[in-house]
Design a protein around this ligand. Structure first.
Ligand code: ATP
Ligand code: MG
Length: 291
């Protein structure tokens, strides 16, 4: 006879599978490096997908520095449960649902000590205990690096479509990204494409482009490593300001050149996603995330 722990695990597995079966595409946004714009890309990509009518979920799995609530202007919003005790995600516009551990912690500055297995449990909860319903896309925003969080996502979410790798153009960032590509290769996770962020700055005074962090590094790395390149986003003052004000850039600056760059990247991404998620098994390590 099964003991109660085995029964609970079985129940959790069934619930997780049921939730995931209602989400068509699951995409991880990651980078070996911090501060390169992963959360900005994840938030704007999710917003663009939702604006084109796709039902989209955005999950922040950065437990140490969750920034999605701030970027989406949802910081401090109260979270409610439905009658089945499922967490009701916060909405942005008609088709975007958002959830972050940052919204579930009491204060934005709460410091929590997370160990590997706890992260895995929390990621499972953010998927199965939240009322996502039917979604076309789920975008998962990772913290920097190739540690417990992206690994837990690959272990938890069956049939992930793949990863978007974000980089800035300079060499020091690119070498970290190579590690991300290898991480995906090891886990059999398709790389849906590389985004080169903060690529060139258009001077608002003279109109000239200054390549502060150089340009083209992400594209040449993508071609060298044989993974698709999705495009470049320039370094733009309005992106910083919109983010700080909690306004997704593409929603409030939809007519700008940088918003068009986000659109082109989204279009290329959609072309790189197979109509049905790959049935390929991910090569998972034997152990769970580091204890
Ligand atoms: N293209 C851009 N132009 C100008 N500023 C940008 C651009 N992309 C991101 N930023 C700014 O850079 C900072 C870092 O961005 P973001 O938080 O998205 O990076 P991250 O990779 O998610 O960081 P972390 O590794 O801490 O999770 C933010 O202030 C954001 O507004
Ligand atoms: Mg981030």
């Amino acid at each position: 006879m099964q003991n109660s722990q085995q029964f609970d695990e079985q129940l959790e597995k069934v619930e997780l599978e049921r939730t995931l079966s209602r989400i068509k595409h699951k995409i991880l946004v990651m980078s070996g490096k911090g501060g390169v714009g992963k959360s900005t890309i994840a938030a704007n990509l999710a917003t663009l997908l939702s604006l084109s009518g796709h039902k989209t979920g955005l999950i922040d799995i950065d437990f140490h520095g969750p920034s999605i609530p701030k970027l989406m202007g949802l910081e401090g919003k109260a979270i409610e449960l439905d009658k089945q005790n499922k967490i009701i995600p916060l909405g942005f516009g008609d088709h975007l649902l958002v959830m972050s551990l940052g919204l579930l912690l009491k204060g934005a500055d709460d410091a929590v000590i997370w160990r590997g297995p706890m992260k895995m449990g929390a990621i499972k909860q953010l998927v199965k205990d939240v009322k996502w319903g039917d979604l076309d896309f789920m975008i998962l925003d990772s913290p920097p690096g190739t540690g417990d969080e992206p690994l837990s996502v690959v272990q938890t979410i069956d049939k992930l479509d793949g990863a978007i790798i974000v980089t800035t153009p300079q060499e020091i960032s690119i070498s970290d990204v190579r590690r991300s590509v290898r991480f995906c290769e090891k886990l059999n996770l398709p790389v849906l494409g590389v985004v080169e962020n903060m690529s060139g700055f258009v001077c608002p005074h003279c109109g000239k482009t200054v390549d502060i962090f150089k340009t083209g590094g992400g594209e040449s790395m993508a071609s060298e490593m044989n993974v698709p390149f999705l495009g470049r986003i320039p370094l733009e003052k309005d992106i910083v300001e919109a983010s700080d004000e909690g306004k997704p850039f593409v929603y409030f600056y939809g007519k700008s050149q940088s918003a068009r760059a986000f659109e082109e990247i989204t279009d290329r991404l959609l072309q790189n996603i197979k109509p049905q998620s790959t049935d390929k098994e991910h090569n998972l390590p034997d152990s769970s995330p580091s204890e």
